[in-house]
Design a protein around this ligand. Sequence first.
Ligand code: PGA
Length: 251
Amino acid sequence: MKLVLANWKMYKNLEEINSFEKEFKKNLKNVDSPCSHGVAVPSIYLIQAKKIFNEQTKIYAQDVFFKKEGAYTGNISYSMLLDTGICGSIIGHSERRQMFNETDETVNLKTISLVENNLEAIVCVGETLKEYESGKSFEVVFNQTINALKNVSSKHLSKIVLAYEPVWAIGTGKVANAIDINQMIKKLRTKLNSIIGELQSKNLKILYGGSVKSENADEFFKQENIDGALVGSAALNPIEFVKLIEIGGKY
Ligand code: PGA
């Protein structure tokens, strides 16, 4: 059974969230075994989204700050997520790394603040097109991963979901090859064995993200090392999102 997470980015207003949910619920009813799934919504709608969706659909933030509280204008804290019953957050999405100065160090601090407070961290890693073309993909992804996991106690690793999202495949329609992605994740797990432990590395959930849609989801989900998908544009459509959840439930 795979995990399908939607990343809505800075899309949808309240009315659109309500109509998405209606259509989503209607279609999900016909799915025999839906896989685990969740939606990362813009922070202003977190509380409402939590009320609108039923419990089966987990609600995530798209970013969170690592301090409990303080003079950090514009941020929301992990303790605010806890307070409002939100289950966790995406951390280190490439759009945040590229446009909002997210660094490996802040990704690490944010990840620790979430998991130590019983919240889930969906940690995104991935190489840029330039890094991909110069053959540095593995090195970049491995370094981002170990930096994100630094000082995370092994008892908290089950709260982490890694999302491998090659930057060149995000929102571009350029889909990565599923076999290559599987190989990449396999190699990553093997390298992680000696760092976090063999069992922990085997159990670490690793998703693929980048132009996933219902037409190509099977390709990814049938790969042994890919535990699911983080989906942007396709998941803005409730019917597409249900299809992905249905496909994820087959594996
Ligand atoms: P995409 O986005 O599915 O639109 O490529 C994925 C993501 O940004 O997480």
